[in-house]
Structure formats: C-alpha cells, structure tokens
Design a protein around this ligand. Structure first.
Ligand code: AMP
Ligand code: GLY
Length: 427
C-alpha cells in the first residue's frame, strides 16, 4: 500500500507512526512533513494548500490512500479532487468541511439537527451585533466566522471587552476576511472535552474521550494556543457515556448532512462543554485534533488504514474499535514566546533518550532535520506522549520523557492531566 499524509504537525507525525505499523505499507510520503516524519517516511516539498500539486503527486506515485491532517486542504476540497481522480482520500468533502470552516454554517446545521449548543446570533454589521450584545450583556463569546487558526475566538467577560472584541472584528480587521461575519454566543461554564468519531456518511464510531489544554500557561491562564497537551480518556466523559454522547452531538449531524445530500466522512470532532444542563457543542472540527491525535492513536489498536478505507467505502458498520485500556497523555514543548513571536533554529537533544523510556513516543511538530540534528522550526515543537496503566502513570512517564529533552528557549505546561486527576480524587 502507498500512502500520502498531508501536513507537517505532531498530528501528522503520529499518523505516519501509526500507519507505518501496517505490514503491507511499501511507501509512505508526508507533504510537507517535519523532522520527525523525515526519519520514518519520505517528506515531499508540497504545501498543504497546493491541491493541484498534491493531486499530481498522488497520481504520479499511484497512491492508494491519502490522509489529510489539517483543516485547510479539507476546506479547499482536497477530498473532492482526489475522489474525482479515483484516489481514496480520508476526510470530508469541502461541503462538509464547512462545519469547521464557517461557525455560522455549523450553528445552522446544529439548529436543524437539534444538537445542544450555546444560544447565538450571527451578524454581518456592527450595529446589529452591538444591539444583540447590549441586550444580552457580558459575559459573551465573540467568534470570527471563518478559519482563523484557533485565534478567532474572544471570550469577553465584561461589556467593555465585548465592545473591544467587536472593534477588532469589524474595524481592526484583525482576522482578515474571517472577521466580516461574527457569531456572538452565550458564555458556557463547565469542563471542556473532545469527542472524536470515525464517520462513513451513515455510521459514527466514537473514539474514547480526550481533553486538550488550549491556554498557554498552567491553570488555563494566558492566550489560547493550538493546544499545549492532551490526554485520553478524560474522566469527565468515561467510556460508558461515549455512545449516548455520540447520539446527542455526532449522529444527528451525520443524519442532517446526509439529508442535505452531502454525507459526512472522516473524523467529526465535537468540542464540548459539559455544563450543568448537559453537554453543549462549542465547535466542530472535521479532522483529528492536534495534540489529541497523539494520545488517541497511541491507544488505538486497530489498523488505522483499515478504518479509514471503511469510512471511505461506507463500511464502518463492519468495524469495531479495539482500544488500549491504558491511559495516554501528551505534553507539548513550544518555543518561548509562542503563541506570539518566538525564536527558531534551536537544536533539540535527548529525543532518543526520552523514547528509551517504557511507553514513551516523541511526536515532532515544528522541527526540521539538518546535518544529522533536529532543529526547532515552529511554535509547537514536539509532543512527548506516553502510555501508562492509569492517568497518573501516563502523566509521570510523559514528564519523565520531557525531562530527558533539552532545547534552549523552550516552554511547557506542568499541569497536563491535572483536571482529570482531580476528578479521580488523585490530586
Ligand atoms: P472554539 O474555537 O469555538 O472551540 O473556541 C475556542 C475556545 O474558546 C474553546 O475551547 C473554549 O475554551 C472557548 N469558548 C468558545 N465558545 C465558548 C462559549 N460559548 N462559552 C465559553 N467558552 C467558550
Ligand atoms: N487541539 C484542538 C484542535 O486541533 O483544533
């Protein structure tokens, strides 16, 4: 089997690591890849948004399975382009990727499907947005409609912050084109959790729960990032609740998208707030989360390509997921300053020492391999991920692995998994 993975993050290194375990994989390419994928696959210098370039490469190499990691190629229609060319490609069509690409569209589909979510208004002009905001009052959450690399959401705790957020969205144009349509929604309280499901258009198979840590500093302080660490399972959603939760937040979306003639295939990722009134959807992503993918794939025992092909071919009801009962936890190492500006080029040492520890894998993200060394080349540099008999052991192992690494100008969170340990009464 010949496989092409699209993307260059920790998620894509984990996808490559997992897919490579399949015995009949002859060729594994990652476009454009990173320092970690260079060691286990062939990196190809094609950008993740170059759909014609990716298609030409997949044709030339007679690729049997294309696996896009990030949202951008999905919203640009990479699945449509590959499918039209007869190349199996795991993920949603551009029509379905709008669930992530437009928050206004996602709200409209949720409403039609009867999925619980925060009450919201959608606005294209400042005056009506302001009228809605003053009617409801802070706290409110102000969201740019389009893809904004995780930066288009402002949680405004005071009326002054709501006004500032609207200034930024409508006049400052901080989020580019994404800022012209704005969603304002009710502020929800509770614990956040992610529910990712494999989907084949009709059937959804939920993976175990995972919890991301979006804020840059310990205690969920500081600006939001792409994610500073994740673990699975998250005790806030034990395995016994997965099916019932998928019935509320995932399967109704599948039914609604099928009814519209655009069945959803790929990973549907529901970002949830577990409120006193039950689960409410904060957002949908249409792909694996990064870093949730890293601990989730360490727990998945099935062959991943088998599941992906079953999704593409509409045979997911033949598959049952075989999940490692142990916990997995990943801690992200970033360059100091991220998610603001940060330095690059620092050498990283100790990766092999970390991986020598039982159950530890280092998934690289913003790195490049140069003259036999691994150099930092992005904000999120790598994710040390570990399996352990329980959450506490997975956490201890991941931090033990992290302590064997060294890189100048680095930063990490020290409290990945803490909310889970508290819920278990262990912290
Ligand atoms: P999103 O990209 O929509 O998931 O938003 C990014 C982050 O903003 C989420 O992970 C939450 O921490 C926070 N957030 C988004 N919507 C809400 C809401 N309605 N109430 C409280 N926090 C929210
Ligand atoms: N970790 C959240 C995301 O991938 O969007």
């Amino acid at each position: 089997m010949r496989i092409l993975i699209i993307g260059s993050g920790g998620r894509e290194h984990a996808l490559a690591w997992k897919l490579k375990q399949r015995p009949d994989v002859e060729e594994l390419y990652v476009a454009p890849g990173n320092g970690g994928t260079a060691a286990i696959a062939v990196n190809v210098p094609i950008r993740d948004d170059d759909i014609p370039g990716l298609l030409a490469f997949a044709r030339e190499k007679r690729i049997d399975l294309v696996v896009p990691g990030p949202e951008l190629p999905l919203t640009l229609g990479v699945v449509d382009a590959m499918t039209e060319a007869g190349i199996p490609c795991f993920g949603p069509s551009a029509a379905c990727a709008r669930l992530e690409g437009s928050k206004a569209f996602a709200k409209e589909v949720m409403r039609a499907a009867g999925v619980p979510t925060a009450a919201a208004g959608v606005f294209t002009d400042r005056a009506s947005a302001e009228a809605f905001a003053s009617e409801h009052g802070a706290p409110l959450v102000v969201k740019a409609d389009g893809l904004a690399a995780g930066k288009g959401v402002i949680v405004a705790m005071t009326d002054a912050e709501v006004r500032q957020a609207l200034d930024l969205m409508f006049e400052g144009n901080a989020f580019g084109k994404a800022g012209t349509t704005v969603v304002i929604e009710e502020f929800l309280r509770g614990e956040e959790v992610s529910l990712l499901s494999f989907c084949d258009g009709k059937t959804a198979l939920p993976l175990p729960s995972a919890q991301d840590h979006k804020a840059v500093f310990d205690g969920d302080k500081g600006p939001n990032t792409g994610g500073m660490g994740a673990y699975s399972p998250a005790p806030v959603v034990p395995d016994s609740r997965l099916e019932a939760l998928a019935d509320v937040v995932t399967r109704p979306i599948l039914a609604e998208m099928a009814r519209r003639g655009t069945p959803f295939k790929g990973i549907l990722y529901a970002g949830l707030m577990m409120t006193e009134d039950g689960p409410k959807v904060l957002e949908y992503n249409v792909r694996f989360g990064d870093p949730e993918c890293q601990p989730l794939l360490m727990r998945l025992k099935n062959d991943l390509a088998d599941i992906m092909l079953a999704c593409i071919e509409g045979r997911l009801d033949d598959i049952s997921l075989n999940i490692e009962t142990r916990s997995a936890l990943g801690v992200v190492l970033t360059a100091r300053g991220y998610p603001g500006s940060y330095p690059k080029g620092m050498p990283i040492s100790g990766i092999a020492d970390a991986e020598a520890l039982d159950g530890v894998q280092v998934f690289q993200a913003g790195t490049k391999a140069e003259a036999g060394r691994i150099l930092a080349n992005g904000g999120r540099v790598l994710c040390v991920t570990a399996l352990g008999d329980d959450l506490r052991e997975a956490q201890a192992r991941a931090y033990a692995g992290m302590s064997r690494l060294s890189m100048e100008n680095s930063q990490i969170r020290r409290d990945i998994g803490l909310k889970g340990l508290k819920r278990l009464g262990l912290a």
